[in-house]
Design a protein around this ligand. Structure first.
Ligand SMILES: Nc1nc2c(ncn2[C@@H]2O[C@H](COP(=O)(O)OP(=O)(O)OP(=O)(O)O)[C@@H](O)[C@H]2O)c(=O)[nH]1
Length: 408
């Protein structure tokens, strides 16, 4: 946000009115400040109305019930009513605070009323000058974001004051010059103060926008990074081709199940699944078709499993399955179901006379076994027994006293 940036108090990006040079940015600033401006103006209007009415009492003290008093009180009442009306309208429509017309009407009425009091009230020149100074500062400080208009209204105030003084109560030259200098200084002070305030507000707004933009950018970077991490995690755990767990992830999950089964004494069964004669399918149709078959078989495996079962690609055309809380009997029926489902697959590249099939070797993790390898070895052995027996079958590993030897 270059527009609001400043160098050592220099108002780069702001014009002579201490507004953003970028009109869209200025409009955004005003929209953001609308409620604040309306609130500030409401208070100022109530104070102005109160002051105008309060000075009505002093009018009576100075003038009594005369014509001048009635003219003044009528003027004061109209100004106070106009102020109250605008203050009430601002509560419902804060946008009015940024419209030039209503506040300019109030300024016209208020300043004219103030000037009218000069010839009608027998004040000393000092008091008259003090009221001009107070009015001038009030205009600068309480009407937000209207610097050009406030300069115009102050010019009206000073010109009116000097003209009336010359017409109704000519001051000695030195006193008039002093008054003019004082009013000039007050205007300069008011202008500089308002400019500085506007500048500070806008600088603050610009840095807020800048901070928000940086936060948004950071947020986007964090999201991108976490998506990347998610992707990397997925890639580290998933087999690219089939979308099931890769070997590393399978062992992570299966070992967790092994610990659980040891803790609660439940059973854990492992199955090795191998596609029969996959090499010849690959050789005949090419690797791309082989890949499709692999993915299809992986899908078949998943379709016969429960959510709590774990499947992974062991390597090549071999899959491994862990069945928590299943005994050999259940595992055999699941493997049978899988074998039948693969055998019934009708794939255009697989000839009907030579259908696709899998051989499955099954072994359970024996009580006392602290690793998966022995059971895997037995399942693998059972799988090769199945291959030797002609493939397309489910074989359960022999479980016997040699377990301890296998583990060692
Ligand atoms: N398309 C494809 N082929 C693979 C992939 N990984 C391994 N293979 C192939 O799988 C075949 C495995 O063949 P073998 O281990 O000889 O076994 P087989 O032909 O299935 O014979 P049996 O297992 O005895 O029934 C090889 O031709 C490998 O090239 C893969 O990711 N995609």
């Amino acid at each position: 946000m270059a527009a609001g940036k400043t160098d050592a108090g220099d108002s780069a990006g702001l014009n002579w009115r201490a507004e953003f040079q970028d009109s869209a940015l200025e409009a955004l600033f005003r929209r953001t400040m609308q409620a604040h401006d309306a609130c500030q103006m409401r208070y100022a209007l109530w104070v102005a109305a109160g002051l105008f009415l309060a000075f009505g009492l002093t009018d009576y003290g100075l003038l009594g019930f005369g014509n001048a008093f009635f003219v003044l009180i009528a003027t004061r009442t109209s100004v106070a009513l106009a102020c109250i009306l605008l203050a009430l309208s601002l509560r419902k429509r804060p946008a009015l605070a940024q419209r030039p017309l209503p506040i300019n009407l109030i300024c016209l009425l208020g300043i004219s009323g103030l000037l009218l009091a000069l010839p009608l009230r027998p004040d000393t020149p000092g008091i008259q000058l003090a009221s001009m100074v107070a009015a001038s500062m009030g205009l600068y400080l309480f009407v937000p974001n209207r610097l050009p208009w406030m300069l115009i209204w102050n010019a009206y105030l000073v010109t009116g004051f000097v003209t009336l003084m010359l017409l109704w109560a000519p001051l000695p030259g030195a006193l008039l010059a002093t008054s003019l200098l004082l009013l000039g200084f007050v205007n300069l002070l008011g202008w500089m103060t308002v400019k500085r305030l506007s500048q500070l507000q806008r600088e603050q707004f610009a840095s807020l926008l800048e901070e928000r933009a940086i936060n948004r950018q950071l947020q986007a970077e964090i999201e991108e990074r976490s998506q990347l991490e998610e992707r990397l995690r997925y890639m580290a755990c998933t087999d690219d081709l089939t979308g099931i767990a890769n070997r590393r992830r399978f062992f992570e999950l299966a070992e967790r199940e092994l610990r659980r089964s040891r803790r609660d004494g439940s059973q854990l069964v492992l199955c090795m699944v191998d596609i029969d004669l996959f090499k010849s399918l690959n050789d005949r149709h090419g690797h791309a078709i082989g890949d499709i078959v692999l993915t299809t078989v992986a899908g078949c495996c998943q379709s016969v499993l429960r959510e709590t079962d774990i499947i992974g690609r062991y390597g090549g055309e071999e899959f491994v399955i862990a069945l928590p809380q299943a005994n050999l009997h259940t595992a055999t029926s699941i493997a049978e179901r899988l074998r039948e489902r693969v055998a019934s697959l009708s794939l255009p590249m697989v000839p009907e006379r030579n259908p696709l099939s899998v051989t499955v070797g099954i072994s359970r993790v024996e009580p006392g076994e602290t690793r998966l390898d022995p059971a895997l070895l037995r399942a693998d052995q059972a799988l090769y027994d199945g291959k030797a027996r002609g493939r397309n079958c489910v074989m359960v590993a022999r479980h016997g006293p040699s377990l301890a030897a296998v583990e060692a």
